[in-house]
Design a protein around this ligand. Structure first.
Ligand SMILES: [Zn+2]
Length: 82
């Protein structure tokens, strides 16, 4: 993730590294800013933690769904009989 500020309004922006060098429209002032190759401002600790937590929750839900599906499959096979 690249953290930078909008040239027009100075708003804190962030973009995925794959958008480096590309124009990205600012949600706040609607100006197009070139995404720098690397972060030009410190990354916000809080949102980074929130982002990691978000990913963790998604992974946890995916694992739970996988386990639930696995268990359901076994239960259905047992009740379906031979
Ligand atoms: Zn802006």
């Amino acid at each position: 993730m690249i953290y930078f500020t909008c040239d027009e309004c100075g708003a804190d922006r962030q973009a995925s590294s794959r958008y480096a060098g590309e124009l990205l429209r600012c949600r706040k002032c609607d100006a197009e800013t070139v995404v720098p190759d690397s972060s030009t401002r410190a990354k916000p600790e809080k949102s980074e933690v929130a982002e990691n937590l978000y990913v963790l929750v998604i992974v946890a839900v995916a694992v739970l769904l996988g386990v639930a599906w696995f268990v359901l499959d076994i239960v259905l096979n047992v009740f379906a009989g031979p």
